[in-house]
Ligand binder design. Structure first.
Ligand SMILES: Cc1cc2nc3c(=O)[nH]c(=O)nc-3n(C[C@H](O)[C@H](O)[C@H](O)COP(=O)(O)OP(=O)(O)OC[C@H]3O[C@@H](n4cnc5c(N)ncnc54)[C@H](O)[C@@H]3O)c2cc1C
Length: 496
Protein backbone atom coordinates (compact mmCIF):
# COMPACT_ATOMS: atom_id res chain seq x y z
CA UNK A 1 0.00 0.00 0.00
CA UNK A 2 1.35 3.40 -0.92
CA UNK A 3 1.63 6.31 1.44
CA UNK A 4 -0.64 9.31 1.27
CA UNK A 5 -0.16 11.73 -1.57
CA UNK A 6 -2.39 14.72 -1.33
CA UNK A 7 -4.54 15.16 -4.42
CA UNK A 8 -7.37 17.61 -4.00
CA UNK A 9 -9.54 15.87 -6.52
CA UNK A 10 -12.94 16.28 -4.97
CA UNK A 11 -14.82 18.83 -3.04
CA UNK A 12 -17.48 17.75 -0.57
CA UNK A 13 -19.37 14.95 -2.24
CA UNK A 14 -22.69 13.46 -1.32
CA UNK A 15 -21.95 9.80 -1.71
CA UNK A 16 -25.30 8.83 -3.18
CA UNK A 17 -24.43 10.75 -6.33
CA UNK A 18 -22.20 9.03 -8.83
CA UNK A 19 -18.64 9.13 -7.58
CA UNK A 20 -15.79 8.49 -9.89
CA UNK A 21 -12.03 8.31 -9.80
CA UNK A 22 -9.95 8.07 -6.68
CA UNK A 23 -8.85 10.52 -4.03
CA UNK A 24 -5.21 9.72 -4.19
CA UNK A 25 -2.72 7.08 -5.07
CA UNK A 26 -4.06 4.54 -2.61
CA UNK A 27 -6.48 3.11 -5.14
CA UNK A 28 -9.62 3.93 -3.22
CA UNK A 29 -12.33 3.58 -5.82
CA UNK A 30 -14.84 6.26 -4.96
CA UNK A 31 -17.43 4.92 -7.35
CA UNK A 32 -17.55 1.52 -5.71
CA UNK A 33 -17.52 3.05 -2.25
CA UNK A 34 -20.19 5.64 -3.09
CA UNK A 35 -22.57 3.03 -4.51
CA UNK A 36 -22.82 1.28 -1.18
CA UNK A 37 -23.48 4.43 0.88
CA UNK A 38 -26.70 6.28 1.63
CA UNK A 39 -27.50 9.62 0.03
CA UNK A 40 -26.74 11.37 3.31
CA UNK A 41 -23.15 10.10 3.52
CA UNK A 42 -20.32 12.41 2.47
CA UNK A 43 -16.88 11.63 1.16
CA UNK A 44 -14.01 14.08 1.48
CA UNK A 45 -10.59 13.98 -0.11
CA UNK A 46 -7.42 15.64 1.20
CA UNK A 47 -7.14 19.29 0.27
CA UNK A 48 -10.85 20.03 0.66
CA UNK A 49 -12.33 22.12 3.44
CA UNK A 50 -14.63 19.24 4.41
CA UNK A 51 -11.62 16.96 4.90
CA UNK A 52 -9.85 19.62 6.93
CA UNK A 53 -12.89 20.23 9.14
CA UNK A 54 -13.22 16.63 10.23
CA UNK A 55 -9.52 15.67 10.45
CA UNK A 56 -7.76 18.69 12.00
CA UNK A 57 -6.60 17.49 15.39
CA UNK A 58 -5.99 18.99 18.79
CA UNK A 59 -2.45 17.61 18.90
CA UNK A 60 -0.27 17.37 15.80
CA UNK A 61 2.26 14.96 17.33
CA UNK A 62 2.21 11.68 15.34
CA UNK A 63 -1.12 12.46 13.72
CA UNK A 64 -2.87 9.70 11.76
CA UNK A 65 -3.05 10.16 7.98
CA UNK A 66 -5.80 8.96 5.67
CA UNK A 67 -6.41 9.20 1.93
CA UNK A 68 -10.14 9.75 2.19
CA UNK A 69 -12.73 10.44 4.87
CA UNK A 70 -16.21 8.99 4.77
CA UNK A 71 -18.79 10.81 6.88
CA UNK A 72 -21.55 8.22 7.32
CA UNK A 73 -25.11 9.52 7.31
CA UNK A 74 -26.44 6.26 8.75
CA UNK A 75 -25.29 3.35 10.87
CA UNK A 76 -25.29 1.17 7.77
CA UNK A 77 -22.87 3.57 6.08
CA UNK A 78 -20.38 2.69 8.83
CA UNK A 79 -20.91 -1.01 8.11
CA UNK A 80 -20.41 -0.50 4.38
CA UNK A 81 -17.32 1.64 4.84
CA UNK A 82 -15.65 -0.92 7.10
CA UNK A 83 -16.53 -3.71 4.66
CA UNK A 84 -15.20 -1.65 1.77
CA UNK A 85 -11.90 -0.91 3.54
CA UNK A 86 -11.54 -4.59 4.45
CA UNK A 87 -12.27 -5.66 0.87
CA UNK A 88 -9.64 -3.26 -0.42
CA UNK A 89 -7.33 -4.33 2.40
CA UNK A 90 -6.74 -0.76 3.58
CA UNK A 91 -6.80 0.33 7.22
CA UNK A 92 -9.62 2.42 8.65
CA UNK A 93 -9.81 4.70 11.69
CA UNK A 94 -12.68 6.39 13.53
CA UNK A 95 -12.57 10.20 13.71
CA UNK A 96 -14.86 11.71 16.29
CA UNK A 97 -13.97 14.77 18.43
CA UNK A 98 -10.37 14.50 17.07
CA UNK A 99 -8.88 15.11 20.53
CA UNK A 100 -7.25 11.68 20.65
CA UNK A 101 -3.50 12.27 20.96
CA UNK A 102 -1.74 8.96 21.56
CA UNK A 103 1.36 8.67 19.39
CA UNK A 104 0.24 5.15 18.44
CA UNK A 105 -2.25 6.91 16.10
CA UNK A 106 0.71 7.88 13.92
CA UNK A 107 0.97 4.25 12.75
CA UNK A 108 -2.15 4.94 10.69
CA UNK A 109 -0.33 6.30 7.63
CA UNK A 110 -2.90 5.69 4.89
CA UNK A 111 -6.41 4.40 4.41
CA UNK A 112 -9.97 5.42 5.22
CA UNK A 113 -11.07 7.82 7.94
CA UNK A 114 -14.61 7.33 9.24
CA UNK A 115 -15.87 10.59 10.74
CA UNK A 116 -18.91 10.17 12.96
CA UNK A 117 -19.76 13.87 12.80
CA UNK A 118 -23.19 13.26 11.24
CA UNK A 119 -24.26 10.78 13.94
CA UNK A 120 -25.00 13.31 16.66
CA UNK A 121 -28.49 12.64 17.98
CA UNK A 122 -29.66 12.75 21.62
CA UNK A 123 -33.01 11.01 22.25
CA UNK A 124 -34.49 10.71 25.72
CA UNK A 125 -36.65 7.65 26.35
CA UNK A 126 -40.28 8.26 27.31
CA UNK A 127 -39.75 6.87 30.80
CA UNK A 128 -36.94 9.42 31.37
CA UNK A 129 -34.57 6.72 32.61
CA UNK A 130 -32.31 6.42 29.57
CA UNK A 131 -31.18 8.33 26.50
CA UNK A 132 -29.89 7.02 23.20
CA UNK A 133 -26.99 8.94 21.71
CA UNK A 134 -25.54 8.87 18.22
CA UNK A 135 -21.97 7.55 18.08
CA UNK A 136 -20.55 10.95 17.09
CA UNK A 137 -22.27 13.10 19.69
CA UNK A 138 -20.15 15.65 21.57
CA UNK A 139 -20.13 15.83 25.38
CA UNK A 140 -21.63 19.33 25.28
CA UNK A 141 -24.52 18.20 23.09
CA UNK A 142 -25.33 15.47 25.60
CA UNK A 143 -25.20 17.89 28.53
CA UNK A 144 -27.27 20.55 26.75
CA UNK A 145 -29.82 18.08 25.35
CA UNK A 146 -30.41 16.45 28.72
CA UNK A 147 -30.33 19.72 30.69
CA UNK A 148 -33.18 21.12 28.60
CA UNK A 149 -35.27 18.15 29.76
CA UNK A 150 -34.26 18.45 33.43
CA UNK A 151 -31.85 15.53 33.14
CA UNK A 152 -28.12 14.89 33.38
CA UNK A 153 -25.56 12.10 33.18
CA UNK A 154 -21.83 11.57 33.53
CA UNK A 155 -19.92 12.88 30.50
CA UNK A 156 -16.36 14.05 29.96
CA UNK A 157 -15.91 17.61 31.14
CA UNK A 158 -14.49 19.22 28.00
CA UNK A 159 -17.09 20.63 25.64
CA UNK A 160 -15.22 19.87 22.41
CA UNK A 161 -14.46 16.21 23.10
CA UNK A 162 -16.84 13.50 21.91
CA UNK A 163 -19.01 11.54 24.34
CA UNK A 164 -17.68 8.13 23.27
CA UNK A 165 -13.94 8.89 22.95
CA UNK A 166 -13.61 9.30 26.74
CA UNK A 167 -16.36 6.78 27.57
CA UNK A 168 -14.76 3.82 25.81
CA UNK A 169 -11.69 4.24 28.03
CA UNK A 170 -13.76 4.64 31.22
CA UNK A 171 -14.32 8.39 31.06
CA UNK A 172 -13.95 10.89 33.90
CA UNK A 173 -16.51 13.60 34.54
CA UNK A 174 -17.94 16.03 37.09
CA UNK A 175 -20.72 13.67 38.21
CA UNK A 176 -18.63 10.53 38.68
CA UNK A 177 -18.69 10.92 42.47
CA UNK A 178 -22.42 10.13 42.32
CA UNK A 179 -22.77 7.67 39.48
CA UNK A 180 -19.36 6.26 38.51
CA UNK A 181 -17.46 6.67 35.26
CA UNK A 182 -18.98 7.65 31.93
CA UNK A 183 -18.81 3.98 30.84
CA UNK A 184 -20.63 2.90 33.98
CA UNK A 185 -23.76 4.53 32.53
CA UNK A 186 -23.86 2.28 29.44
CA UNK A 187 -27.07 0.25 29.03
CA UNK A 188 -26.49 -1.10 25.51
CA UNK A 189 -24.77 -0.07 22.32
CA UNK A 190 -24.73 -0.76 18.60
CA UNK A 191 -21.25 -1.62 17.43
CA UNK A 192 -19.71 -2.26 14.02
CA UNK A 193 -17.06 -4.89 14.61
CA UNK A 194 -13.71 -5.08 12.83
CA UNK A 195 -15.14 -7.34 10.10
CA UNK A 196 -18.05 -4.98 9.42
CA UNK A 197 -20.67 -6.95 11.35
CA UNK A 198 -23.25 -4.77 13.12
CA UNK A 199 -24.13 -6.09 16.56
CA UNK A 200 -25.81 -4.96 19.77
CA UNK A 201 -23.67 -5.23 22.89
CA UNK A 202 -25.26 -5.21 26.33
CA UNK A 203 -24.83 -6.73 29.78
CA UNK A 204 -25.42 -10.21 28.35
CA UNK A 205 -22.69 -9.89 25.73
CA UNK A 206 -19.18 -11.23 25.93
CA UNK A 207 -17.83 -7.82 24.85
CA UNK A 208 -19.69 -5.84 27.53
CA UNK A 209 -16.80 -5.93 30.02
CA UNK A 210 -14.28 -4.85 27.39
CA UNK A 211 -16.33 -1.94 26.03
CA UNK A 212 -16.08 -0.29 29.45
CA UNK A 213 -12.43 0.68 29.42
CA UNK A 214 -10.90 -0.90 26.33
CA UNK A 215 -13.73 -0.21 23.89
CA UNK A 216 -11.67 1.58 21.23
CA UNK A 217 -10.11 -1.82 20.43
CA UNK A 218 -13.31 -3.68 19.66
CA UNK A 219 -15.58 -1.76 17.32
CA UNK A 220 -17.07 1.47 16.11
CA UNK A 221 -19.97 2.47 18.34
CA UNK A 222 -22.73 3.91 16.16
CA UNK A 223 -25.15 4.53 19.03
CA UNK A 224 -25.28 4.00 22.77
CA UNK A 225 -28.11 3.92 25.28
CA UNK A 226 -27.15 5.29 28.70
CA UNK A 227 -28.60 5.89 32.13
CA UNK A 228 -29.74 9.45 32.82
CA UNK A 229 -30.79 11.12 36.07
CA UNK A 230 -33.02 13.95 37.24
CA UNK A 231 -31.10 17.16 37.95
CA UNK A 232 -31.07 17.39 41.73
CA UNK A 233 -29.01 20.54 42.08
CA UNK A 234 -28.77 23.19 39.41
CA UNK A 235 -26.56 25.47 41.52
CA UNK A 236 -22.79 25.06 41.33
CA UNK A 237 -20.00 27.28 42.68
CA UNK A 238 -16.25 27.50 42.22
CA UNK A 239 -13.32 29.22 43.84
CA UNK A 240 -10.29 29.72 41.65
CA UNK A 241 -7.39 30.25 44.04
CA UNK A 242 -4.05 31.19 42.51
CA UNK A 243 -0.77 30.63 44.36
CA UNK A 244 2.92 31.20 43.82
CA UNK A 245 5.01 28.07 43.58
CA UNK A 246 6.64 28.44 46.98
CA UNK A 247 3.30 27.32 48.44
CA UNK A 248 3.32 23.96 46.65
CA UNK A 249 3.83 21.82 49.76
CA UNK A 250 1.20 23.59 51.84
CA UNK A 251 -1.36 23.44 49.01
CA UNK A 252 -1.10 19.68 48.44
CA UNK A 253 -0.95 18.90 52.16
CA UNK A 254 -4.22 20.86 52.53
CA UNK A 255 -5.69 19.03 49.51
CA UNK A 256 -4.95 15.68 51.17
CA UNK A 257 -6.24 16.79 54.57
CA UNK A 258 -9.37 18.76 53.70
CA UNK A 259 -10.52 17.50 50.29
CA UNK A 260 -9.26 14.06 49.27
CA UNK A 261 -9.24 12.59 52.78
CA UNK A 262 -7.94 9.13 51.80
CA UNK A 263 -10.44 8.74 48.97
CA UNK A 264 -13.51 9.82 50.91
CA UNK A 265 -13.88 13.18 49.17
CA UNK A 266 -17.48 14.28 49.34
CA UNK A 267 -19.51 13.55 46.18
CA UNK A 268 -20.41 17.25 45.82
CA UNK A 269 -16.77 18.41 45.81
CA UNK A 270 -14.21 18.46 42.99
CA UNK A 271 -10.69 19.85 43.15
CA UNK A 272 -8.49 20.44 40.15
CA UNK A 273 -5.23 22.30 39.81
CA UNK A 274 -3.14 23.50 36.92
CA UNK A 275 0.54 24.44 37.03
CA UNK A 276 0.92 27.01 34.27
CA UNK A 277 2.23 30.40 33.27
CA UNK A 278 -0.19 33.23 33.92
CA UNK A 279 1.48 36.58 33.33
CA UNK A 280 -1.30 38.47 35.11
CA UNK A 281 -0.73 36.51 38.31
CA UNK A 282 3.06 36.40 38.05
CA UNK A 283 4.98 37.75 35.00
CA UNK A 284 8.13 35.78 35.80
CA UNK A 285 7.13 32.39 37.14
CA UNK A 286 4.48 29.72 36.64
CA UNK A 287 1.71 29.66 39.22
CA UNK A 288 -0.55 27.04 40.79
CA UNK A 289 -4.19 27.59 39.87
CA UNK A 290 -6.31 25.61 42.34
CA UNK A 291 -10.03 25.07 41.69
CA UNK A 292 -12.47 23.99 44.38
CA UNK A 293 -15.87 23.24 42.88
CA UNK A 294 -19.02 22.45 44.83
CA UNK A 295 -22.44 21.23 43.76
CA UNK A 296 -25.71 22.51 45.21
CA UNK A 297 -24.43 25.83 46.61
CA UNK A 298 -24.06 29.45 45.56
CA UNK A 299 -20.65 29.78 47.26
CA UNK A 300 -18.11 27.07 48.07
CA UNK A 301 -18.31 26.12 51.75
CA UNK A 302 -15.55 27.72 53.82
CA UNK A 303 -14.82 24.32 55.40
CA UNK A 304 -13.13 23.58 52.09
CA UNK A 305 -11.78 26.99 51.12
CA UNK A 306 -10.46 28.42 54.41
CA UNK A 307 -7.47 26.06 54.67
CA UNK A 308 -6.37 27.33 51.25
CA UNK A 309 -7.06 31.00 52.02
CA UNK A 310 -4.86 30.58 55.09
CA UNK A 311 -1.90 29.55 52.91
CA UNK A 312 -1.75 33.05 51.40
CA UNK A 313 -2.77 32.93 47.73
CA UNK A 314 -2.06 35.61 45.10
CA UNK A 315 -5.78 35.84 44.32
CA UNK A 316 -9.16 34.29 45.11
CA UNK A 317 -11.91 34.37 42.51
CA UNK A 318 -15.33 32.99 43.53
CA UNK A 319 -18.04 32.40 40.91
CA UNK A 320 -21.47 30.84 40.95
CA UNK A 321 -23.83 29.53 38.29
CA UNK A 322 -24.98 26.15 37.06
CA UNK A 323 -23.47 22.83 35.99
CA UNK A 324 -23.26 24.23 32.46
CA UNK A 325 -20.75 26.89 33.57
CA UNK A 326 -18.16 24.40 34.81
CA UNK A 327 -16.37 24.01 31.48
CA UNK A 328 -15.88 27.76 31.02
CA UNK A 329 -14.74 28.23 34.64
CA UNK A 330 -12.04 25.58 34.15
CA UNK A 331 -11.02 26.73 30.63
CA UNK A 332 -12.35 23.76 28.67
CA UNK A 333 -15.40 25.35 27.01
CA UNK A 334 -15.86 25.49 23.25
CA UNK A 335 -14.17 28.90 23.07
CA UNK A 336 -11.36 28.08 25.55
CA UNK A 337 -7.79 27.57 24.27
CA UNK A 338 -7.77 23.73 24.64
CA UNK A 339 -10.73 23.53 22.28
CA UNK A 340 -8.89 25.34 19.48
CA UNK A 341 -6.79 23.19 17.16
CA UNK A 342 -3.79 25.50 16.87
CA UNK A 343 -1.12 23.23 15.42
CA UNK A 344 0.59 22.42 18.71
CA UNK A 345 1.98 19.11 19.89
CA UNK A 346 0.29 18.23 23.19
CA UNK A 347 1.75 15.02 24.63
CA UNK A 348 0.61 14.03 28.13
CA UNK A 349 2.22 11.67 30.62
CA UNK A 350 -0.59 10.54 32.92
CA UNK A 351 -0.43 8.78 36.25
CA UNK A 352 -3.17 7.91 38.74
CA UNK A 353 -2.52 8.68 42.41
CA UNK A 354 -4.26 7.70 45.63
CA UNK A 355 -3.26 10.96 47.30
CA UNK A 356 -0.66 13.67 46.89
CA UNK A 357 2.84 12.83 48.04
CA UNK A 358 3.87 16.28 49.22
CA UNK A 359 7.67 15.93 48.80
CA UNK A 360 7.11 14.49 45.31
CA UNK A 361 4.86 17.44 44.37
CA UNK A 362 7.65 19.80 45.48
CA UNK A 363 10.31 17.85 43.58
CA UNK A 364 8.16 17.87 40.43
CA UNK A 365 7.49 21.62 40.77
CA UNK A 366 11.21 22.36 41.10
CA UNK A 367 11.85 20.65 37.76
CA UNK A 368 8.69 21.75 35.96
CA UNK A 369 8.71 25.47 36.83
CA UNK A 370 12.14 26.31 35.33
CA UNK A 371 11.42 24.05 32.33
CA UNK A 372 8.34 26.04 31.25
CA UNK A 373 9.21 29.51 32.53
CA UNK A 374 9.78 32.62 30.35
CA UNK A 375 10.72 32.01 26.74
CA UNK A 376 10.88 28.21 27.04
CA UNK A 377 9.48 26.38 24.01
CA UNK A 378 7.20 24.67 26.52
CA UNK A 379 5.78 27.83 28.07
CA UNK A 380 2.15 26.97 27.21
CA UNK A 381 2.37 23.66 29.07
CA UNK A 382 -0.06 22.72 31.81
CA UNK A 383 0.59 20.19 34.56
CA UNK A 384 -2.94 18.98 35.35
CA UNK A 385 -4.09 17.47 38.65
CA UNK A 386 -7.68 16.26 38.55
CA UNK A 387 -9.32 15.41 41.86
CA UNK A 388 -12.84 14.34 40.97
CA UNK A 389 -14.73 12.76 43.81
CA UNK A 390 -14.46 9.03 43.37
CA UNK A 391 -17.13 7.43 45.56
CA UNK A 392 -19.27 6.42 42.59
CA UNK A 393 -16.20 4.92 40.87
CA UNK A 394 -15.07 3.00 43.96
CA UNK A 395 -18.59 1.60 44.45
CA UNK A 396 -18.47 -0.47 41.25
CA UNK A 397 -16.51 -3.75 41.48
CA UNK A 398 -13.12 -3.34 39.82
CA UNK A 399 -13.32 -6.70 38.05
CA UNK A 400 -16.63 -5.80 36.37
CA UNK A 401 -15.03 -3.54 33.74
CA UNK A 402 -11.89 -3.37 31.64
CA UNK A 403 -11.24 0.00 33.31
CA UNK A 404 -8.79 -1.18 35.97
CA UNK A 405 -7.91 1.70 38.24
CA UNK A 406 -10.97 2.19 40.47
CA UNK A 407 -8.99 2.44 43.69
CA UNK A 408 -7.25 5.65 42.58
CA UNK A 409 -8.45 9.11 43.59
CA UNK A 410 -6.44 11.56 41.49
CA UNK A 411 -5.38 11.86 37.89
CA UNK A 412 -2.15 13.79 37.29
CA UNK A 413 -0.65 14.53 33.89
CA UNK A 414 1.92 16.99 32.65
CA UNK A 415 0.84 18.20 29.20
CA UNK A 416 3.99 19.47 27.49
CA UNK A 417 2.80 21.89 24.82
CA UNK A 418 5.06 23.09 22.00
CA UNK A 419 5.21 24.10 18.35
CA UNK A 420 6.95 21.19 16.68
CA UNK A 421 10.37 21.99 15.25
CA UNK A 422 11.84 18.52 14.94
CA UNK A 423 13.02 15.44 16.76
CA UNK A 424 15.26 17.22 19.26
CA UNK A 425 12.39 19.23 20.77
CA UNK A 426 10.09 16.20 20.64
CA UNK A 427 12.64 14.19 22.64
CA UNK A 428 13.16 17.04 25.09
CA UNK A 429 9.41 17.23 25.71
CA UNK A 430 9.11 13.46 26.18
CA UNK A 431 12.11 13.42 28.53
CA UNK A 432 10.55 16.17 30.65
CA UNK A 433 7.13 14.51 30.73
CA UNK A 434 8.57 11.12 31.63
CA UNK A 435 10.84 12.62 34.27
CA UNK A 436 7.88 14.32 35.96
CA UNK A 437 5.74 11.19 35.80
CA UNK A 438 8.60 9.11 37.23
CA UNK A 439 8.91 11.44 40.21
CA UNK A 440 5.24 10.98 41.05
CA UNK A 441 5.41 7.24 40.36
CA UNK A 442 8.39 6.63 42.65
CA UNK A 443 6.40 8.16 45.49
CA UNK A 444 3.33 5.90 44.96
CA UNK A 445 5.03 2.73 46.17
CA UNK A 446 3.54 0.80 43.21
CA UNK A 447 5.86 -1.36 41.10
CA UNK A 448 4.48 0.11 37.91
CA UNK A 449 2.60 3.30 37.14
CA UNK A 450 -1.11 3.36 36.33
CA UNK A 451 -2.00 5.59 33.41
CA UNK A 452 -5.37 6.80 32.12
CA UNK A 453 -5.67 5.35 28.64
CA UNK A 454 -7.23 8.51 27.19
CA UNK A 455 -4.39 10.74 28.38
CA UNK A 456 -1.65 8.26 27.53
CA UNK A 457 1.44 9.32 25.61
CA UNK A 458 1.00 6.23 23.49
CA UNK A 459 4.06 4.16 24.28
CA UNK A 460 2.86 2.88 27.66
CA UNK A 461 2.58 -0.90 28.04
CA UNK A 462 -0.75 -2.75 28.09
CA UNK A 463 -0.22 -3.31 31.82
CA UNK A 464 0.24 0.42 32.43
CA UNK A 465 -3.02 1.39 30.70
CA UNK A 466 -5.19 -1.69 31.23
CA UNK A 467 -3.94 -2.91 34.64
CA UNK A 468 -1.19 -5.29 35.58
CA UNK A 469 -3.33 -8.24 36.73
CA UNK A 470 -2.52 -11.26 34.63
CA UNK A 471 -6.24 -12.20 34.28
CA UNK A 472 -7.04 -8.77 32.83
CA UNK A 473 -4.31 -8.99 30.24
CA UNK A 474 -5.35 -12.53 29.29
CA UNK A 475 -9.04 -11.64 29.04
CA UNK A 476 -8.30 -8.64 26.85
CA UNK A 477 -5.97 -10.64 24.60
CA UNK A 478 -8.50 -13.48 24.26
CA UNK A 479 -11.27 -11.05 23.29
CA UNK A 480 -8.98 -9.21 20.90
CA UNK A 481 -7.96 -12.48 19.23
CA UNK A 482 -11.60 -13.42 18.84
CA UNK A 483 -13.13 -10.12 17.72
CA UNK A 484 -10.24 -8.36 15.98
CA UNK A 485 -7.58 -10.99 15.23
CA UNK A 486 -5.97 -8.83 12.54
CA UNK A 487 -5.69 -5.78 14.79
CA UNK A 488 -7.74 -3.50 12.55
CA UNK A 489 -8.84 -1.47 15.59
CA UNK A 490 -5.37 -1.12 17.06
CA UNK A 491 -4.25 2.41 16.35
CA UNK A 492 -5.56 3.88 19.60
CA UNK A 493 -4.17 2.29 22.80
CA UNK A 494 -3.72 -1.17 21.25
CA UNK A 495 -4.06 -4.33 23.32
CA UNK A 496 -0.77 -6.12 22.75
C1 LIG B 1 -9.03 19.33 26.13
C2 LIG B 1 -9.29 17.92 26.52
C3 LIG B 1 -10.19 17.63 27.53
C4 LIG B 1 -10.44 16.32 27.90
N1 LIG B 1 -11.34 16.07 28.89
C5 LIG B 1 -11.59 14.80 29.27
C6 LIG B 1 -12.51 14.51 30.31
O1 LIG B 1 -13.10 15.39 30.91
N2 LIG B 1 -12.71 13.23 30.66
C7 LIG B 1 -12.07 12.21 30.05
O2 LIG B 1 -12.29 11.06 30.42
N3 LIG B 1 -11.20 12.44 29.03
C8 LIG B 1 -10.95 13.70 28.64
N4 LIG B 1 -10.05 13.96 27.64
C9 LIG B 1 -9.38 12.84 26.99
C10 LIG B 1 -10.28 12.23 25.93
O3 LIG B 1 -10.95 11.15 26.53
C11 LIG B 1 -9.46 11.71 24.74
O4 LIG B 1 -8.72 12.76 24.19
C12 LIG B 1 -10.36 11.07 23.69
O5 LIG B 1 -9.55 10.34 22.80
C13 LIG B 1 -11.11 12.10 22.88
O6 LIG B 1 -12.01 11.49 22.03
P1 LIG B 1 -12.42 12.24 20.68
O7 LIG B 1 -13.55 11.50 20.09
O8 LIG B 1 -12.62 13.66 20.96
O9 LIG B 1 -11.12 12.08 19.79
P2 LIG B 1 -10.84 11.19 18.49
O10 LIG B 1 -9.41 11.41 18.19
O11 LIG B 1 -11.81 11.48 17.43
O12 LIG B 1 -11.07 9.73 19.01
C14 LIG B 1 -10.08 9.07 19.74
C15 LIG B 1 -10.21 7.59 19.47
O13 LIG B 1 -11.38 7.13 20.08
C16 LIG B 1 -11.96 6.10 19.30
N5 LIG B 1 -13.36 6.48 19.10
C17 LIG B 1 -13.92 7.71 19.14
N6 LIG B 1 -15.25 7.61 18.96
C18 LIG B 1 -15.52 6.30 18.80
C19 LIG B 1 -16.72 5.56 18.57
N7 LIG B 1 -17.92 6.14 18.47
N8 LIG B 1 -16.61 4.21 18.46
C20 LIG B 1 -15.42 3.59 18.57
N9 LIG B 1 -14.26 4.23 18.77
C21 LIG B 1 -14.33 5.58 18.88
C22 LIG B 1 -11.12 5.97 18.07
O14 LIG B 1 -10.21 4.89 18.27
C23 LIG B 1 -10.33 7.24 18.00
O15 LIG B 1 -9.04 7.08 17.44
C24 LIG B 1 -9.78 15.27 27.24
C25 LIG B 1 -8.88 15.56 26.23
C26 LIG B 1 -8.63 16.86 25.87
C27 LIG B 1 -7.66 17.12 24.77
Amino acid sequence: MKLLTVVAAWASIAAGSALQGSCSSCDIDLKALGKSLSSTAKVYCPGTSGFKNVTTRWSVLEEPKVNVVVVPGTENDVVETVKYANKKNVPFLTYNGVHGALVSLGKMDHGVGISLSQLRSVKIAEDGQTATLGGGVMSKQVTDGLWAAGKQTVTGTCECVSYLGPALGGGHGWLQGHHGLVADQFVSMNVVLADGTLTTVDANSELWWAMKGAGHNFGIVTSVTIKIFDIEHSDWAIETITFSGDKVEAIYQAANDYLIKNGTQSADIINWSYWMNNAEADPNNPVIVFYIIQEGVKAVDSIYTKPFHDIGPISIDPQSGTYKDLAAWTSIALDSPPCQNMGFANPRFPIYLEQYNVPAQKKAWDIYAPAIRGSSAFNNSIFMFEGYSAGGVHAIPADSTAFAFRSENLLAAPMINYSPTGEALEKKAADLGNQLRNILHEATGHDDFRAYINYAYGTETSEQIYGSEQWRQQRLRDLKNKYDPEGKLSFYAPIE
